[in-house]
Design a binder for this molecule. Structure first.
Ligand code: AHR
Length: 648
């Protein structure tokens, strides 16, 4: 017996239970296609690590993004003619003769040897003077919320007394919260306090002000202000963004890049050692994306992020190549970097009886982190000298040393390599137009199963700015059907870039998965497509054959044998509905009800935004049918998953 999918409300009206979407679509359905599913024939396992995250400091992903610090350019230092002090401003209206300057001779640490000297000629409690920081395009304020403020201070010749840190509303000038820090002593020291907002409305049009109330001068560096963070972690992450990531059920995190790992020049390499330990010992470094990285999100914070979301780290180690095309020659010159990578792995995995494991414990995390994959470099196919891929190249030198010290680790290369030292996995990147991804959705169907496994470490349809539109989500989903069907060879995949601060001039990349400003965030249609794909996924790929469908119809069928659940994903990227008959063969019993989840839009240009964060989100409903054959008309421009219980 065959049946059409019935929404629960239509159960009694079998005669009206016609293709749900066809009824609301102006275009006629394409000719009926058939998907024959051999439920009993599992082709291979779905990789248990298939869907994960890739991250790097781009688009203000961390500073001004996931890393919850609210003060922008919190380190005062001398580089590039005070460029990084420019975001700050001296309180214009104070009638107290305020002045400021970088002090070259004094700072709170070796890593931060400079400071800002703030001098007030005649400040009073009624007319304080100070400096303002705009935050990252505003400062988020919520009612009845506690913020953690801190700063390093040292008194100048005349001590002006305590220093105030305030959140001020830019429109009203009202102080919404205040903390008192200090007074500074004769030596550098960190001062910390909390501040709390009252019964104020949520807002982001705010700035941070640091003031003194008496004449004198004070040296300062590393002012910091944190709102509540995910799991209440000190130096932690933004709650809304972490929740959005958690909903993706990611299995791994590839970090720290991307180009961020390499740096623009050899001098800008990702030196993990300057990203760990107390913040005052992190000198910051120049990222290739045009702004200084505070490195508040350092190696341990990446690992903590993995722990919080139950992801395994995929650690990319610096491999001696810079974006300007220069490289460090394999051999003795590269040796210090290989040593550094081994030490980094020890920091991640070593017990506290090892040197770097003990340093990690000192930094606050005695337990080692699980680590299975180490990636050597990033996109080394750009290195036309061949220094990476030769039998004695950079990859071989790193891989040999890593395997010798850590035989259990799998090494990932960023391109095919020659010679006997072969990678376990190769990282391949795909940034394409929708049309190219549709054409390439079967890319992995025919790749060799004999070579290394494949990690699609970066991929995305480039269409839509700052986040993908629905047309991009459709081709992303089409591409993901190919990843799933071939997850015997594609063992991991991660969309990139993950984050974008949507404020003007905050981003460097056109199409990014999750957008935000200081206060709010939203998932793009591609984000929701990924959520559906990772949430509704079996652990085995089931044999299936699709016939008679239009060229923009894509499918993936997986099952979970233990729970006897079948997941049928259909992407109909065409402008008209696709009628489809599902034949479920080799199954004793097919339940008469299931869940149909649909993500759709009326146009490929439809998108989500801060103003309309949930215009395009998946909708789930119970559907009913009889027997082993199901008819359904999949709407134009739709991504659907049918979850059903099947007994073999
Ligand atoms: O994801 C943006 C960039 O694209 C990455 O930094 C780099 O690896 C790739 O070229």
């Amino acid at each position: 017996m065959t049946t059409r999918l019935l929404p629960r409300a239509g159960w009694a009206l079998l005669c009206l239970a016609l293709p749900i979407a066809a009824a609301c679509s102006p275009a006629a359905a394409a000719g009926e296609a058939t998907l024959t599913i051999q439920y009993g024939r599992a082709l291979h396992a779905v990789s248990p690590t298939l869907y994960g995250l890739m991250t790097e400091a781009i688009n203000h992903s961390y500073d001004g993004g996931l890393y919850a610090e609210l003060i922008r350019d919190r380190v005062f230092f001398r580089r590039e003619h005070h460029k990084f002090i420019k975001i700050w401003s001296l309180d214009q209206n104070a009638e107290d003769g305020m002045s400021w300057a970088i002090d070259d001779d004094s700072g709170p640490s070796t890593a931060l040897p400079y400071s800002l000297r703030l001098t007030a000629a005649q400040a009073t409690p009624g007319d304080p003077g100070g400096i303002d920081n705009p935050g990252y395009w505003g400062v988020p304020v919520w009612p009845h919320t506690t913020y953690h403020a801190s700063i390093y201070l040292k008194a100048g010749r005349h001590n002006p007394g305590p220093v105030s840190m305030e959140i001020v509303n830019a429109a009203s000038g009202k102080v919404l919260a205040r903390a008192t820090l200090g007074p500074a002593g004769a030596h550098w020291r960190r001062y910390a306090a909390t501040m709390r907002t009252g019964d104020v409305p949520e807002s982001e049009n705010n700035f941070i002000r640091i003031t003194v109330q008496h004449p004198g001068s004070v040296l300062m560096n590393l002012p910091s202000l944190f709102p509540p963070t995910y799991h209440g972690q000190p130096n932690g992450d933004r709650i809304d963004l972490m929740r959005k990531l958690a909903a993706l059920h990611p299995k791994f995190l590839r970090f720290p890049g991307g180009n961020f790992l390499e740096g623009q020049t050899l001098a800008d390499w990702y030196d993990w050692k300057i990203t760990v330990g107390p913040l005052v010992d992190r000198p910051t470094h120049r990222s290739p994306w045009g702004y200084e990285s505070s490195d508040g999100m350092g190696l341990l914070e990446f690992l903590q992020w993995c722990q919080d979301l139950h992801m395994q780290p995929v650690l990319a180690v610096y491999a001696g190549y810079a974006l300007d095309g220069k490289h460090i020659s394999p051999g003795p010159q590269l040796r210090p970097y290989v040593k550094d990578a081994l030490e980094e792995i020890q920091y991640v995995t070593g017990s506290t009886s090892t040197h770097w494991g003990a340093v990690r414990a000192r930094d606050g995390h005695p337990a080692p982190f699980p680590l299975h994959y180490v990636e050597i470099g990033n996109e080394d196919f750009f290195d036309k000298s061949g220094s990476y891929s030769g039998p004695h190249g950079r990859f071989a030198q790193f891989a040999r040393a890593i395997r010798k010290a850590y035989p259990g680790l799998k090494v990932i290369a960023t391109m095919p390599v020659k010679g006997p030292v072969q990678p376990d996995v190769i990282d391949e990147h795909f940034y394409k137009s929708p049309r190219a991804f549709f054409k390439d959705a079967h890319h992995f169907d025919h790749v060799s199963r004999k070579g290394p496994k494949i990690f699609v470490g970066e991929w995305a349809t480039i269409q839509g700015t700052p986040t993908p539109d629905f047309g991009a989500a459709l081709s992303d989903a089409a591409w993901m059907t190919g990843l799933e069907r071939n997850s015997d060879v594609v063992i991991m995949a991660s969309y990139a870039p993950l984050f974008v601060n949507v404020n003007p001039l905050a981003s460097q990349w056109p199409t990014n998965l999750i957008g935000y400003d200081a206060l709010h965030s939203f998932g793009s249609p591609s984000y929701y497509a990924q959520r559906m794909f990772s949430r509704y996924l079996g652990n085995q790929v089931v044999a299936s054959t699709l016939t008679g469908a239009g060229p923009l119809c894509f499918e993936s069928v997986t099952r979970d044998a233990a729970t006897q659940t079948l997941y049928v994903k259909i992407v109909n990227a065409a402008a008209r509905p696709q009628a489809l008959t599902l034949h479920i063969e080799e199954a004793a019993e097919v339940a008469h009800a299931g869940t149909l989840v649909t993500l759709r839009a009326n146009s490929t240009h439809a998108h989500n935004s801060l103003a309309h964060p949930e215009r395009i989100v998946p909708h789930a409903r119970r559907v009913h049918w009889f027997g082993h054959t199901v008819h359904h008309v999949f709407p134009a421009y739709s991504i659907s998953v049918l979850e059903m219980h099947v007994r073999p």
